[in-house]
Design a protein around this ligand. Sequence first.
Ligand code: CP
Ligand code: NVA
Length: 308
Amino acid sequence: MRHFITLNDINADEFNRMLDISASIKEQLKQGNYSQPLKDKVLAMIFEKQSLRTRVSFETGMYQLGGNSIYLGAEIGFGKRESIKDIAEVLSSMVNIIMFRGMKHQSVVELSRYSSVPVINGLTDEAHPCQALADMFTLREIFGELRGRKLAWVGDANNVAVSLLRASAKLGMKFSVAAPKKFQFDPKKIDTLIGGKNNATDGYEIELTDDPFKAVKNSIAVYTDVWVSMGQEAEEEERKKILNPYQVNAKLMSAARKDAIFLHCLPARRGLEVTDEVMDSSQSKVILQAENRLHAQKGLLVWLSGNL
Ligand code: CP
Ligand code: NVA
């Protein structure tokens, strides 16, 4: 039995295998002719934070795979009403997979420790592996082989950036991160974040810079996210001030490759980390990117359930 807490839980072959399953699932859905390998299976989804894409993609995904899902929000009093161990054991006795979106990364680690069914991390303060899985699916769909290609991240080196770093290491991409010092990765921690150098494959390179133009040069995709993630609201004013020079606008996009795309995990704060002009441009693939959460996570669900 496997969990999906960070991308370090899977190796490069498994990552590619999952992307292949997702591609075939997407193809079958588009042809209106698909099997239901998760018939009668149930996914419990715990949400401590808000969501549009994660909830809808998992719920729709389970339905299309022949199963069902249960949304568990504030009413279960996660972390207050009973212990995480008890929640994990009770849910494991009734459902087949658990998805958790929450405040502290340690909570999903603890859930997985006591769960006897697979646990999926649907975002914590430290990681968003489902997002990076789907994003690599999107990049592969548009550009084909990703090895040696450059992905640029501009802005806060946050939970999404950590997961993209791990994904880049696994698939052998160059990952360039432009951020102000305060919100940049600690270079000494990069190897630990990717689970050790052995986890990287040929073609992987990491570049940390404070210059967005340097980061986007020769990149096939420019990626940004909100400057204030869920749970960081108290730091809003400071973050907006420090990250202001890191807005993705048309001038920055024009410094990337001619065929470069713009990515954002969404939700976006238009006018802050990205301009309307870029969000609504033909380079922007954010809606396809959101749609691909559905297909990529269906691949993940099928893979985790062992029902290949
Ligand atoms: N990108 C993403 O996870 O979106 P939601 O927060 O709406 O689920
Ligand atoms: N970094 C953002 C991602 C939202 C999908 C957050 O954690 O709020």
